[in-house]
Design a protein around this ligand. Structure first.
Ligand code: OAD
Length: 246
């Protein structure tokens, strides 16, 4: 309870808030997370098979179809109150940098202006040979994945796979935000995948207050590090209403 009172004040006085989100923020929209036992994607599927360049070389069709299934899930999903609260927070504080590991585009659909997408976006497709974004392709034939209309290589989702580098500009902007913010919120991420996992530490070392919100925080923390065990779709709207009652 005390933590919440502190956090409300921190939000009200922050000049630059950086927010890092992970799969947990979209869980209440019905998109499975990766590492939650039973329901997490990696409890059912092998990341080496479905989210690596080697897996794509071995079985490109399987991977194309898996992402097509995820794209459908995302298309049917709606942003939840957590996404909406983050979009509202952006309008309330002087500056907010939203950094997401999610590829589902739900922050944009909730109204966040320009989230930094560290792991790409499942809605975009690139050429696996040239890396350029492809807007139109022919999926009418039997062959999956479809071929690049420019060079004939297989198309792939524009997401970052294990062993691949993150988009350079996005990562640079994320480091900048972690170094310059005064409040850093890490929400719905297990913090196990680098380099995103290092952002809260960098923020802490640079003098920011860091608040970790997810369902598996176990470490006891004290200011300037706070940990809150809560669902983002429940907690974030409450915090917003408490910080800005009108
Ligand atoms: P994880 O599945 O590793 O972690 C999800 C986190 O969200 C856990 O800490 C849960 O406790 C928490 N959580 C679940 N439901 C929540 C809710 N309603 N509100 C708040 N928290 C909740 O997902 P990420 O940390 O996003 O990368 O995973 C990082 C990266 O690993 C992903 O971007 C993906 C994956 O492999 C790639 O595919 C490259």
């Amino acid at each position: 309870m005390e933590t919440h009172t502190d956090l409300i004040e921190l939000l009200q006085h922050a000049r630059h808030v950086a927010v890092l989100t992970g799969a947990g923020v979209s869980a209440e929209s019905g998109i499975p997370t990766f590492r939650d036992a039973q329901t997490g994607m990696w409890a059912q599927f092998d990341p080496e098979e479905l989210a690596s360049p080697a897996g794509f070389r071995r079985n490109p069709r399987l991977i194309w179809e898996w992402y097509a299934w995820r794209r459908e899930l995302v298309a049917k999903a709606e942003p939840n109150p957590g996404h909406l609260a983050l979009a509202e927070l952006e309008r309330r504080v002087p500056r907010l940098t939203l950094i997401t590991q999610n590829v589902d585009g739900l922050h944009q659909r909730a109204g966040s202006a320009a989230p930094i997408e560290l792991h790409g976006n499942i809605g975009r497709v690139t050429c696996s040979a040239e890396g350029v974004v492809i807007e139109q392709w022919d999926e009418a034939g039997d062959e999956l994945p479809p071929r690049c209309p420019r060079c004939g290589a297989h198309l792939r989702p524009d997401v970052v796979w294990f062993g691949e580098l993150l988009p350079e500009e996005a990562m640079a902007a994320a480091w900048d935000a972690a170094r310059s913010c005064d409040l850093f919120l890490s929400i719905g991420t297990s913090g196990l995948v680098e380099p995103a996992a290092s952002l809260p530490r960098v923020a802490l070392q640079s003098g920011a207050t860091v608040v970790v919100i997810n369902l598996d925080v176990t470490t006891a923390a004290r200011p300037p590090l706070y940990t809150i065990n809560a669902r983002s779709g429940e907690l974030l709207p409450k915090l917003l209403r408490a910080a800005w009652p009108t």
